[in-house]
Design a protein around this ligand. Structure first.
Ligand SMILES: [Zn+2]
Length: 307
């Protein structure tokens, strides 16, 4: 499958895949070669979109994500025609990603904020901490490239340390102490899922599939922790009988400090079930067709070491 395929072939593979293993067709992942060029009053951004296909074996048990081809798009607009989404003209390279300069990052993902000066300083620092692990660079890059922005506010949401409301694009923090890279990891991943999955993620909240969305974000954090060497396991918590087996699964998938490009879907479903038993607030029935494509494509489209 690792050869250049035409778009029509991609569509037929995808149709095949939809029929054979009910995989969603949103197999798209912009890569890292994005740049914004300011020229006079005309601002252009060039985005390279990498197209991937998914093929499953063993009746959908194991799926492989294969690279197909890049597609380059250039969008131009005049500054006076409205807010510009995407990278600001000044950027820095982090692990091969062009990301906004440190003092620009928060601004580039902000619609509005009701945080006070001290809280804003905390958020700016948390964002700069967040962006360091390799996969987080790509996550941040996806948000900026696609023009995903947030309102930031204080407030508790269902007892969590932080929250993301997909209906209002608002990220909240329960207290100033909770403005951390760890909380951002969860909430910014939800923001990324919101633009990745067609129709957004609001449709799943309080309904079947919420547990899929939440477990995917926990698995993302656990994999980043496993590769980066630290952090609390959150997908299956320590008090659950399968906590140790889940840790071993994470360990096997990230051997040699690399991210997995293949997931054993039997294991995924098994630990998704365990996750539901760990989190009473996310115990809605899982959807067997809602696979962790946002996470897998974040990995495959990244420059991070991959198994
Ligand atoms: Zn969450």
């Amino acid at each position: 499958m690792k050869k250049l395929l035409s778009k029509s072939l991609w569509i037929s593979i995808c149709t095949l895949c939809l029929a054979a293993c009910t995989i969603k067709s949103d197999q798209i992942a912009p890569n890292d070669s994005n740049a914004r060029i300011a020229s006079g009053d005309l601002y252009c951004s060039t985005i390279t979109i990498d197209w991937w296909s998914v093929a499953c074996t063993n009746g959908g048990e194991t799926c492989y994500w294969s690279y197909m081809y890049p597609e380059t798009k250039t969008d131009c607009s005049y500054q006076s025609s409205g807010p510009i989404t995407g990278f600001s003209p000044a950027g820095v390279l982090l692990d091969g990603y062009l990301v906004p300069a440190a003092d620009q990052r928060l601004q580039d993902i902000t619609i509005s904020s009701t945080l006070n000066t001290a809280q804003t300083t905390e958020l700016r620092e948390a964002l700069n901490d967040f962006i360091n692990p390799c996969l987080n660079n790509n996550l941040f890059s996806q948000l900026v490239v696609r023009g995903k922005k947030f309102n930031f506010a204080m407030g508790s949401s269902g007892g969590g340390l932080g929250g993301y409301n997909p209906n209002t694009n608002t990220i909240t923090f329960a207290s100033t102490n909770n403005i951390t890279a760890e909380v951002l990891r969860e909430e910014l991943f939800h923001g990324y899922q919101d633009i990745f999955y067609s129709g957004g993620i609001a449709q799943y909240f309080g309904h079947d599939g919420e547990s899929n969305i939440e477990f995917e974000s926990k698995l993302f954090k656990d994999l980043v922790n496993m590769v980066g060497g630290g952090g609390m396991q959150s997908g299956v918590t320590a008090d659950h009988p399968k906590a140790g087996a889940y840790t071993s699964w994470l360990f096997d998938m990230t051997s040699a400090g690399k991210f997995p490009t293949v997931l054993n879907l039997d294991k995924y479903q098994e630990y998704l079930q365990a996750f539901r038993e760990c989190y009473a607030t996310h115990n809605e029935p899982a959807r067997p067709d809602l696979l962790p494509n946002a996470l897998m494509q974040l990995i495959k489209g990244s420059n991070c070491p991959q198994n």
